[in-house]
Design a protein around this ligand. Structure first.
Ligand code: MN
Length: 149
């Protein structure tokens, strides 16, 4: 998907978000940003194919087994976004405060078109996690949960 949608939605003269570019870090970056926009949500981002694949999670992300969260696919973000924190100004896309809620990296275990299994190595989230497509309620909907051990 690259970054066209990300760039189209933002005015980099007004927001301090990074313009960024597609690049591979080789580190499998993982980050969750708490985003106090019109609705509070958490943005889960995982490095794949030189960008951060992104999902908006409307409730606090699952720290333990048995908690399932809706995760709505959003536009790819640049890798540089992983270190972004700050205030997106009023009137701009996603206006509100962004802070890093968790950060680290992940190991890919399995990835198909409708399922991703990863081992997350963060501070709040750690262990194996599933992202599984949940098209029943819409094409961009996934479920995000910790694998039962
Ligand atoms: Mn967001």
């Amino acid at each position: 998907m690259a970054l066209e949608e990300y760039k189209r939605k933002r005015d980099f003269g007004k927001t301090s978000e990074p313009e960024g570019a597609v690049k591979d870090t080789g580190k499998s970056v993982y980050v969750i940003q708490k985003h106090q926009a019109s609705h509070l949500h958490w943005d889960l981002r995982l490095e794949f194919d030189g960008v951060l694949k992104s999902w908006a999670v409307p409730k606090e992300p699952p720290v333990k087994e048995g908690e399932k969260r809706l995760a709505v696919e959003t536009e790819d973000h640049p890798i540089d976004y992983a270190s972004f924190q700050g205030q997106i100004p009023e009137g701009e896309y996603g206006a509100g405060k962004v802070e890093i809620w968790d950060k680290g990296n992940f190991k890919l275990i399995e990835r198909t078109a409708d399922k991703i299994l990863i081992e997350i190595n963060g501070k709040r989230l750690s262990g194996q996690y599933y992202l599984v497509k949940f098209p029943k309620i819409g094409p961009k909907n996934w479920l995000f949960f910790k694998k039962k051990t």
